[in-house]
Design a protein around this ligand. Sequence first.
Ligand code: GLN
Length: 485
Amino acid sequence: MTDLVNLHISEALDLLNKKEISSVELTKAHLAEMEKARFLNAYITETPDRALADAAASDKRRANGEALGALDGIPIANKDLYCTKGIRTTAASKILSKFVPPYESTVSQKLKDAGTVMLGKVNTDQFAMGGSTVTSFFGVTKNPWADENGEYTLVPGGSSGGSAAAVSAGLCMGATGSDTGGSIRQPASFCGVTGIKPTYGRCSRYGIVAFASSLDQAGPMARSVKDCALMLHEMAGADQFDSTVAELPVPDYTAALTGDIRGKKIGIPREYRPDGLNAEVAKVWDKGIEFLKNAGAEVVDISLPHTKYALPVYYIIACAEASSNLSRYDGVRYTTRVDGKTLDEMYENTRTDGFGAEVSRRILLGTFVLSAGFYDAYYTRAQRVRRLIYNDFIEAFKNVDAILVPAAPTPALSYEAFKNMSPVDTYLGDVFTTPASLAGVPSLSLPIGLSDKGLPIGLQVIGSILTKTRFSKFLKYWKNRQDLI
Ligand code: GLN
């Protein structure tokens, strides 16, 4: 029998359409695998009953020749940051640990409309703040890739670590993630899967628990680029509930997967190769460059001069926005409340009890950089430097089609090592992912090689966005291609 939990989405769709397998079979295989792999702690909430009912409904649609969604019958997982109507959504926090949303996020709704079967909600760092799932109120997720002793001691990365681990271990065929400063790309690299942080404004943020609204982007994680393309097609697109989503047609992304990159210019920014870059990461990066050259691409050295400011700028802007977004958790709305003698005391008790240490740290930092005396020195200045980082990319994309850089400075670390790191040292892990987040440009992370200890290492392919000239070209092109939309 086909190994149902190792199929790609594209392969499973083929078998489903040929009626060689059913969605119920596919779903049952994944539920069984989830049970076996509970020790990984990838899921916060499993929804087997709903999954089996949705799978049966999908099989019925197919059998009756009814209209099918593009991903009809495919079992997926949602990061526990996506509000799911009637199903607990915790953001891996204590304060939302009993929150059952009365509505569905736009992206999870779109995936539902595409016929997917939701297996459950997967773990994340608390409020998506972190790079390891160590900050989750529900405990750390284990990376399904064992260490050199065969033990499961490694972090899956984060914050979308539950998504990456579940995809990697065959506990779902694809998963939603969210990326504010690297949370799709870094865990994809740590777990050997593929993930896309789309252009800012490609997918709706409606119903996704907000971290830093000018950076948050929803994106797919799966076992191949094609699977990510299939998922993103269903996730992207304009939404009346999020005015930051681009009102642009969503093209068939798989049409671009021709494999032909002859003549494409790929930029290699020198600022991403600092002295002391991890040798194994450097080796995989060189291997990626060789792949591209052998496939006929032209590889050119480029400079993104403001790269070194990305990390501090990111932590100022992300914390500022987080402090504002998280002020809504006050014990009056949503779930847990810890009473006090006065209203202020109730707020204080609820928030002290409900937020973990990392989340509290960021709220404090964010409140500080937004405070009257420091706003211009930190927040305004960070916004200005953000623009310079964006300009670097726009300038570079005048000469290159894409940029190739590492996704993370190391392969997966052990959770013991992670827990003992200072907060600032953990922030340094985001050095390669935050620039693209600040610029809003799209970036794909895909597995390219293995470390000496056999752990996966990923690279990012960063793409451009629609500048004014590209925008009018894009519109002209799509006006003539209405048939493809
Ligand atoms: N690791 C980064 C942080 O902790 C990125 C998180 C994210 O992208 N959600 O802020």
